[in-house]
Write a protein that binds this ligand. Sequence first.
Ligand SMILES: N[C@@H](CCC(=O)N[C@@H](CSS)C(=O)NCC(=O)O)C(=O)O
Length: 292
Amino acid sequence: MCSVVNRLKPVMAYKLCYQSTGYLRKLPVHIKHIVPGLCTRKQPLESVIIRSYCSRMNLGKGIVFRQLFESVSSTYTYLLADKASREAVLIDPVLETVDRDVKLIEELGFNLKVAVNTHCHADHITGTGLLKTRLVGLKSAISKHSGANADILLSEGDKIRFGKYHLLVRETPGHTDGCVTLVTGDHSMAFTGDALLIRGCGRTDFQQGCSRRLYESVHQKIFTLPPECLIFPAHDYKGQTASTVAEEKRFNPRLTKSVEEFVEIMANLNLPKPAQIDIAVPANLVCGVHEV
Ligand SMILES: N[C@@H](CCC(=O)N[C@@H](CSS)C(=O)NCC(=O)O)C(=O)O
């Protein structure tokens, strides 16, 4: 394989080799070096990487996956569905984009079983409450440690099932007490909420924020996943769409530091308070509507 790869243009070679092997480390050294941030004239490499990952990820075997974006709060909502049974789950829906999400779910013919919040968000109102009024049988879910109401209160090790697939709950507190990371059964994707962002992490200066706890959560519950596991966060403020465990372990400017340095960094972020915090938190404690 690699003798063929060596004769191809680097990006094509990367794509071919990755799709065939599934492992970046098996690529020739010169191709590994072109991966971070490199663009071809026609196509950003990032899009090549995402497509390559998606084609390898068990999508072929039957999972439908969509990453959706809400631009005011820079929130990602994720839709996962079992192609065969049409059962689906939605992660971190936003109130303002409920119409978009319902339309997509209906167009694709899915039966949305669970709408799950990775935590009680402070920057936007969740769409779970409104979704429940629009989609019959839908259940809301959030961590039992969040203090919020929902149909399903999640704990470490719980499985959120959709058809023959599931998401596994890993508790990752620190940004808030009730933060969870949701991991696909094959460990190919992790939805990290605000615990781990791409080259960043959730702030720890309000709700039940605790830097030491967050550091421990990320190192014990996320960095222990396979290196090629894709990271999908709840937010990105720079247009980044996905990362991997290996990348974050190597390049995350906060979480590659010692715990003491991390605590110091987090104490000095000096971020402004989220604009919607005073309405978002009370609303999210009741699943986004005042009558669930
Ligand atoms: N400007 C936004 C809020 C931005 C912000 O504080 N983001 C949070 C996640 S949402 S609570 C965060 O943890 N950021 C970490 C970071 O390093 O940026 C607004 O007004 O809503």
